[in-house]
Design a protein around this ligand. Structure first.
Ligand code: ADP
Length: 511
């Protein structure tokens, strides 16, 4: 008998996803969303198994985006819609190979300053239009109104700037993609006066409690949270915290009501960009087997920042590093409060960041008061951020709330154990050296599989006590090394998180 023909292999059509985001590292970045928007699509594209994910980015064409993209092609035009000026869609490829659609609309995006703020730090007055257009074009591309042949099955909307896409799609009568709304930080909601609703072409009926209205105004984020088919946020603990006050920032009722459709998936990190063995920004590369070489980075960092490095007393003192947006969220004010006692441990402190002007100024004044012991650099400095991760002994992250946080993962990978507040993604990604109740003093506690330090109360006393544990364990070189190695051995790559996102995409197709 002739062999029966083998059955045709099941056809696993690609899963097509439009990833709508206001920033992506390599083109434009202000924080963690930028890192995620560059790394997650790349990880999704690289996933083994089926279905393959064909993910493409949609991003506003700010100057750095248009300048940073190579081999650009104009592929579609959009006429003026309501108050949106005409725009052009540019197709290009990201340096990591992910296809990108950039919205070229010079009237809205071609200007000096940040993506959300003018050079003086004030919100752009036309942010509703700027991100309304991002959301609107996202909805067009994700529906049968799209001028493109490529049609996504999923519109993956990131943060408030893409929050209107699910609302536009909800009211679109034709065929459309399913929607996933990802919350990277619930504190930013995109709230605008009620007149914006018609200005942006949303139907009047959408303006109600069961819709885009939030206490009499239009909320982009609420729109996304209400209309999207499903919701994610960036860590399991944060997914719980946002269902209650205060970290629900007014959305807790809605989120609790949708708890069944809300998943927390911890972010991964870009393990190529953040690899101490190959990092081009640091003074000396090293890995877990050559950890002694890390010290050279500390010396270079101390010299660069004007911190003392010569005497042995100083070399026995841990250097604490902190990097982040200078906002109330990040708790840098608490570091400021404990700084005099911190340096008496003894310890040194280096801080990099920018944001609220009064905080910037008081931190600079602190550095002036304690020369050689505290150094502060104001600004966004990619290179210095890598050197701090490599050169500091301990990374400080006393965030009041933290959806996921990335620096605490970078620091574990760099053998720089983090000291973090026990909230959100910090709880989910750092294994505490001193889980409560603390039974023994630090010098007698086993390191076990710990990778860092958590403090629970957002008070100067609690932070200082934890910093004291750091300083004490730091002097015990053997156990400190174990803590460093534990952190360096952890897998923070995107692979497993990207698989979770793929599962969610698939669940939306069958729903
Ligand atoms: P958030 O998204 O709330 O700002 P994350 O920890 O998730 O916080 O991500 C912040 C990202 O931005 C990290 O990659 C961090 O290193 C980077 N970053 C923040 N401020 C600065 C700065 N002043 N200079 C360089 N990088 C910075």
């Amino acid at each position: 008998m002739p062999p029966s023909p083998s059955p045709p292999s099941p056809s696993h059509a690609d899963l097509r996803v439009l990833f709508i985001t206001p920033e992506a590292h390599g083109l434009i970045k202000t924080g963690g969303l930028g890192d995620v928007s560059a790394a997650l699509p790349a990880a999704l594209s690289a996933l083994d198994g089926t279905p393959a994910v064909d993910v493409r980015l949609l991003i506003p064409g700010y100057p750095s985006v248009l300048a940073g993209l190579k081999y650009k092609r104009k592929i579609a035009s959009f006429g003026a819609l309501r108050e949106f000026p005409p725009a052009t869609l540019i197709s290009a490829k990201f340096s990591n190979g992910v296809p990108v659609f950039a919205i070229d609309c010079p009237g809205l995006y071609q200007r000096e300053g940040g993506p959300y703020n003018d050079p003086a730090g004030r919100d752009w007055p036309d942010n509703a239009l700027r991100f309304g257009l991002l959301s609107k074009i996202g909805a067009i591309l994700a529906s049968d109104a799209s001028p493109l042949k490529w049609r996504p099955q999923i519109a993956h909307c990131n943060d408030w700037q893409a929050g209107l896409t699910p609302a536009y799609l909800h009211f679109h009568p034709g065929k459309k993609a399913a929607t996933l709304m990802s919350i990277h930080n619930l504190a930013y909601q995109g709230i605008f006066p009620p007149g914006t609703v018609t200005q942006l072409g949303l139907p009047a009926e959408s303006f109600g409690i069961n819709g885009v209205e939030y206490y009499g105004n239009l909320s982009f984020l609420k729109a996304g949270l209400f209309y999207a088919d499903t919701l994610t946020t960036v860590s399991p603990t944060y997914a719980q915290e946002i269902q209650r006050a205060p970290w629900g920032f007014g959305m807790q009722g809605l989120l609790k009501g949708r708890a069944d459709q809300l998943s927390g998936i911890v972010n991964g990190i870009d393990t190529d960009a953040w690899n101490p063995a190959t990092d081009m920004h640091i003074a000396q590369n090293y890995n877990a087997a050559t950890l002694a070489k890390k010290t050279h980075n500390k010396l270079v960092l101390q010299q660069l920042m004007g911190l003392a490095s010569a005497d042995s007393k100083v070399s026995d003192a841990p250097l604490f590093g902190a990097i982040g947006r200078m906002t109330h969220q990040k708790g840098l004010d608490l570091i400021e409060e404990i700084a005099p006692q911190l340096i008496d441990l003894p310890a040194q402190l280096v801080i990099l960041g920018s944001g609220d002007k009064p905080l910037e100024e008081s931190l600079l004044a602190l550095a002036q008061k304690y020369p050689g012991k505290i150094a502060v650099s104001i600004g966004f400095n990619e290179s210095l951020s890598h050197l701090i991760e490599a050169g500091a002994d301990c990374f400080l992250m006393p965030s009041r709330f933290e959806p996921c946080g990335l620096n605490q993962m970078y620091s574990q990978r760099y053998g720089t154990p983090p000291l973090v507040h026990g909230v959100g993604g910090l709880t989910d990604t750092v294994i505490d050296f001193a889980p409560a109740p603390v039974a023994a003093p630090p010098r007698r506690r086993a390191v076990g599989d710990a990778t860092g330090f958590l403090f629970q109360q957002m008070t100067a006393a609690d932070l200082l006590a934890a910093a004291g544990s750091v300083a004490s364990l730091y002097r015990d070189k053997k156990r400190w090394r174990q803590l460093q190695k534990n952190g360096m051995a952890r897998d923070f790559s995107w692979r497993s998180s990207a698989s979770r996102y793929r599962e969610i995409y698939e669940s939306l197709l069958v729903a």
